[in-house]
Design a protein around this ligand. Structure first.
Ligand code: URP
Ligand code: ZN
Ligand code: ZN
Length: 455
């Protein structure tokens, strides 16, 4: 064996049991009790949990947005991922008017490939159908291994918004080729109306970011999207769900049999909209904004009871000087926050304190994203799968600070948050990439994940 991890508490999406894992040629080769085999590297995981690597299904690395580019590129973003136990990152690549899906994906792949420290996949954002030609390319995209497309109901002035007809066409074509449609759901017209009114009234602090996009603005769009997906029976993945009303409508539709999947993010589980009243409120500006306590509680309930399918980060950090552009005008704050390194530690700490189970954390952060998005080699401690493995010490206490994170962002909304339990080792396809607070991987080691269609 290349690697033998012994005596750990192995976590699958259904159970926890004591066992050993043998790794050969980047794959899980054996799982058993007391494997007594020679191995090049033997790890004693006594007293530790051993889990499948996290999959962050939602990131924006090196993303041109908000008048700048997000602060983590493919190297620093995937380095931070590795140090938080994330072994596969899904990045959003943006198709622009006149451009095709494959040329868009391949251009990003050329940037990502030499830098990626963990494995990576792409969702393709659709901004324009090029008179319908783009839809004709969906099959080729699926054959290439990109099996998810994303629409925005917002970001009109950024040229990213699509109308309902475009969204419906994407839903239908994606279903036809065995792909899935992801959606950012908020109502752009109501946001624009609220923003214009607040600016007229001189209400310009970060708090008005929240008030211009409160609960019902997201809920309307969630419900509209659920209506379309249900009506045409096409798979829909709602990203970064943050509000109670929309969540409950989506969960109800899902439980009634509609092909709907729901993602939320740690920032919506941890904070409330009160952060926007803080002097550093602009650092928390993301869209949709973080909502009130009732929404936060509803999200946690759905995380625990299966209503929510995945937790991902929407990692899209901007430097302090960029966030400062909006000190006196919330509309100038680039939208997005860091989180890629905090996802798995945060959700596993919730398991460690008994808020959810360890298998549930594995479902949300690994098994479900692998299944929903067709990563057939990922998301599970099973013989034959990629040896993407995290060793987790339930006793290790870490207080998050920008100084002990591995992103290029110069601040973090998670500053000062203490977690009991933390990953101590991360392996990507059997290779150690993180150990005890240090990145030990290699840029360029990460590989493109060719995904399978859903039929
Ligand atoms: O504020 C956010 N979420 N920024 C990234 C783009 C998006 O909407 O996902
Ligand atoms: Zn979004
Ligand atoms: Zn996003």
């Amino acid at each position: 064996m290349d690697l033998l991890i012994r005596n750990g508490m192995l976590v699958t999406e259904t159970e926890v049991f004591r066992g050993d894992i043998g790794v050969q040629n980047g794959k899980i080769a054996l799982i058993g009790a007391s494997l007594d085999l020679p191995a090049a590297r033997v790890v004693d995981a006594g007293g530790k949990y051993v889990l499948p690597g996290g999959i962050d299904a939602h990131t924006h690395l090196a993303m041109p947005f908000g008048g700048t580019v997000s602060a983590d590129g493919y190297l620093s973003g995937t380095r931070a991922a590795a140090c938080g136990g994330v072994t596969t990152v899904f990045d959003y690549t943006m198709q622009r008017k006149g451009k095709g899906v494959l040329e868009t994906v391949e251009a990003r792949r050329a940037l990502c490939d030499p830098e990626a420290c963990v494995d990576y996949a792409f969702h393709c954002i659709v901004t324009d159908l090029n008179g319908g030609a783009l839809l004709d390319e969906f099959q080729a995209s699926v054959d290439y291994g990109v099996t998810s497309f994303k629409c925005f109901f917002v970001y009109k002035k950024e040229g990213m918004m699509v109308d309902d007809a475009t969204f419906l066409k994407v839903l239908l074509k994606a279903r036809e080729v065995g792909a899935i449609t992801n959606l950012h759901a908020e109502n752009p017209d109501v946001i624009d109306m609220n923003v214009a009114q607040f600016l007229r009234e001189g209400k310009t602090s970060a708090w008005y970011h929240y008030l211009s996009r409160p609960e019902f603005v997201e809920a309307e769009a969630d419900k509209r999207a659920v209506h379309w997906a249900k009506s045409v029976d096409a798979p829909l993945y709602i990203v970064h769900m943050a509000d109670q009303e929309g969540l409950e409508a989506a969960v109800a539709a899902k439980r009634a049999g509609a092909p709907i999947f729901i993602e939320t993010c740690p920032q919506y589980l941890e904070f409330t909209c009160d952060v926007y009243k803080r002097p550093d409120g602009r650092n928390f500006v993301c869209s949709p904004p973080i909502k009130g306590e009732e929404s936060r509680a509803a999200l946690w309930k759905a995380v625990a009871d299966g209503g929510i399918d995945t937790v991902a980060t929407d990692h899209c950090p901007f430097q302090s000087y960029e966030k400062d552009w909006g000190k006196d005008d919330f509309t100038r704050i680039p939208n997005g926050c860091a989180g890629i390194e905090n996802l798995y530690p945060y959700m596993l700490a919730a398991a460690n304190e008994g808020k959810i189970t360890f298998p549930r954390a594995v479902q949300l952060c690994s098994a479900n994203p692998a299944r929903i998005f067709g990563c057939t080699e990922k998301g599970s401690l099973t013989v034959g799968k990629d040896a993407d493995i995290v060793v987790y010490d339930p006793e290790k206490v870490v207080t998050i600070s920008v100084g002990n994170m591995h992103s290029d962002s110069d601040h973090t909304i998670w500053e000062g948050k203490t977690l009991k339990g933390y990953p101590v080792e991360t392996y990507v396809r059997g290779k150690l990439v993180y150990r005890d607070g240090q990145f030990v991987g290699e840029p360029g080691y990460g590989r493109f994940v060719k995904r399978a269609p859903s039929k």
